[in-house]
Design a protein around this ligand. Structure first.
Ligand code: AMP
Ligand code: MN
Ligand code: MN
Length: 337
């Protein structure tokens, strides 16, 4: 569906969505799975869908494999009552829907629930999506999975009221970087959600602009040791920072995830990376790291992340790896050549 300017607004027609609508409107029970280390797009999408299904009197569970507790900032979303611990997710279900998951790996230990589902629907916006569902609704032109869910809810005839809008707005505002990465239609959706009476400023502040004082000294340490590798990526440059567990202390994942948004603004480098050491019981092969990658316009970091075992979008991707930091930096610089 290109606009007059030729920009893709969606890669999917309403007819492409019909099999998913059929599955969603005929399901007798539904499990909605969000990705590991969940963000507002996966949880917002999952809870919005759960609220709509519950209103149709369909039993619904929402879950994610890790961590054990939902990040603090996401506890502000409506529909939290549908969340269950991974062990409580039914082994068998009529329909399983994954939201914002580019591959089965993003389900973590909940991937086995795919086998116990009569039907599966994958709803996502990652170009790298492996289409691991029976029905795949993957719109790589969509700015967020929440936007795809909004379209599905409309086609299902489900009402987007204040609670559903709150969940969808959470995904939209975070995945667009507070409406910086947008397409024709982004603001129209935002307007429609805001019309329900949600407080957009308050939702954005809770998700993106709220940190404890300890965040400031953590940033100071981590950013103070950032490195610029100018010759990397054919001279376009790599800037990176490392967040070790000792830097994190009692801080939340929200504080750790905020670091990439500062590092990526460095104008001397096309590519930015943040290596985030994960809490990990078994560290015999070296510490476990979750790595965030960002680029500005000429490097496809989803391809780089895929080469290193992860995935994502063209300008925002990530992967998980193990080992001493010097080796990981050199593996990344090699992948960028
Ligand atoms: P993040 O840097 O964690 O905000 O992630 C940026 C993008 O990369 C998101 O779209 C994620 O879905 C994707 N991503 C992050 N980590 C991984 C991973 N370990 N495997 C696959 N995709 C990932
Ligand atoms: Mn996500
Ligand atoms: Mn997303």
């Amino acid at each position: 569906m290109p606009t007059e300017s030729g920009q893709e607004v969606s890669e999917l027609s309403d007819a492409d969505l019909a099999p998913a609508i059929d599955a969603l409107t005929s399901a007798s029970s539904v499990t909605v799975l969000c990705h590991l280390q969940p963000d507002a797009d996966t949880i917002g999408s999952g809870l919005a869908l759960a609220i709509a299904l519950d209103r149709r009197n369909v039993p619904v569970q929402v879950s994610f494999a890790e961590p054990a507790i939902l990040p603090d900032s996401l506890q502000t979303l409506p529909g939290g009552d549908f969340l269950v611990a991974p062990d409580e997710v039914a082994d068998e279900v009529d329909l399983l829907v994954t939201v914002d998951c580019g591959s089965v790996g993003r389900l973590g230990r909940l991937r086995d629930r795919l086998d116990g589902a009569r039907r599966t629907v994958v709803v996502d916006h990652h170009r790298s999506n492996t289409c691991f569902g029976e029905i795949n609704v993957v719109d790589a032109a969509a700015e967020s999975t929440a936007s795809v869910i909004a379209r599905l809810l409309d086609l299902m005839g489900a009402e987007i009221d204040k609670d559903v809008a709150h969940c969808l707005y959470a995904g939209l505002v975070t995945d667009t970087g507070s409406f910086r990465w947008v397409r024709p239609g982004t603001h129209a959706l935002a307007e429609r959600l805001l019309e329900t009476g949600i407080d957009g400023g308050r939702i954005a502040r809770a998700l993106l602009d709220t940190h404890p004082f300890g965040w400031l000294p953590m940033l100071s340490r981590v950013l103070g040791s950032a490195e610029l590798v100018q010759e990397c990526a054919q001279g376009r440059g790599l800037v990176y920072a490392v967040v070790e567990r000792s830097d994190v202390g009692d801080l939340r994942s929200e504080e750790v995830e905020s670091v990439i948004d500062i590092v990526r603004t460095t104008s001397d480098a096309e590519v930015a990376a943040v290596f985030k050491e994960m809490p990990d019981g078994d560290a015999t092969d070296g510490p476990l790291w979750s790595v965030s990658l960002r680029s500005k316009d000429s490097v496809d970091v989803s391809a780089v992340a895929a080469q290193l075992g992860g995935g994502g979008h063209r300008f925002a991707a990530g992967y998980t790896t193990r080992g001493p930091i010097a080796e990981l930096v050199s593996a990344l610089t090699d992948a960028l050549e």
